[in-house]
Ligand binder design. Structure first.
Ligand code: GLN
Length: 184
């Protein structure tokens, strides 16, 4: 069963995508919800708000503990920010589990949200990316493989069982990246 962190953000869209893949899922709001999952999706949302809610829920330590036990985890947008080792210019709460540096809101404010097609390693056909106040990856360590770029900016990465995407595959009806993550 796949957990979807459901404290804030677009967790419901991930549930619909997992259903389309035939995967069972549970909304994760407490450490005991997390215990029921074999992998976790951290959705898009607002990372500074999520930091506060994670502490209140006790998930600020429970999630990194499970990732260290090699639970597969995928962060979309806010989720990737939370997984990063470093956030440019910010000491907000993050898990430091994925050896990347991210730049938040790299394409500007909400009004500069956009959609763009691009190639992603491992997929035959291009991905249609939805970018909403999206981050980019500005540095990555040796363990990290960049999977996609737009205009030379890295927007998808993988490090073993950790996946990060700047964009929102859960909003497009294209379940290929969900299926990819389910194969971890
Ligand atoms: N800009 C948001 C943040 O920094 C992320 C936006 C998103 O998840 N769509 O938390």
């Amino acid at each position: 069963m796949t957990g979807i962190l459901a404290l804030q953000g677009d967790f419901a869209a991930h549930a619909r995508a997992l259903e389309a893949c035939g995967e069972t899922w549970v909304e994760v709001r407490t450490p005991s919800d997390l215990d029921r999952c074999e992998r976790l999706i951290i959705p898009g949302g607002e990372s500074t708000t999520l930091g506060i809610l994670l502490k209140l829920a006790g998930l600020d330590t429970a999630i990194p503990d499970r990732i260290k036990e090699v639970m597969p985890v995928w962060g979309t947008c806010m989720g990737m920010i939370l997984l990063a080792k470093e956030i440019e210019g910010s000491d907000q709460l993050h898990f430091s589990m994925l050896d990347i540096t991210v730049r938040r809101n790299a394409f500007g404010a909400q009004v500069f949200s956009f959609e763009q097609g691009f190639e992603m390693r491992g997929l035959d056909e291009p991905v249609h990316g939805v970018f909403i106040r999206a981050p980019i990856v500005t540095r990555f360590g040796e363990s990290v493989e960049p999977l996609a770029e737009i205009d030379d900016q890295i927007v998808a990465v993988r490090s073993d069982k950790i996946l990060g995407t700047s964009f929102h595959p859960e909003l497009t009806g294209d379940t290929r990246i969900h299926e990819y993550f389910l194969s971890f």
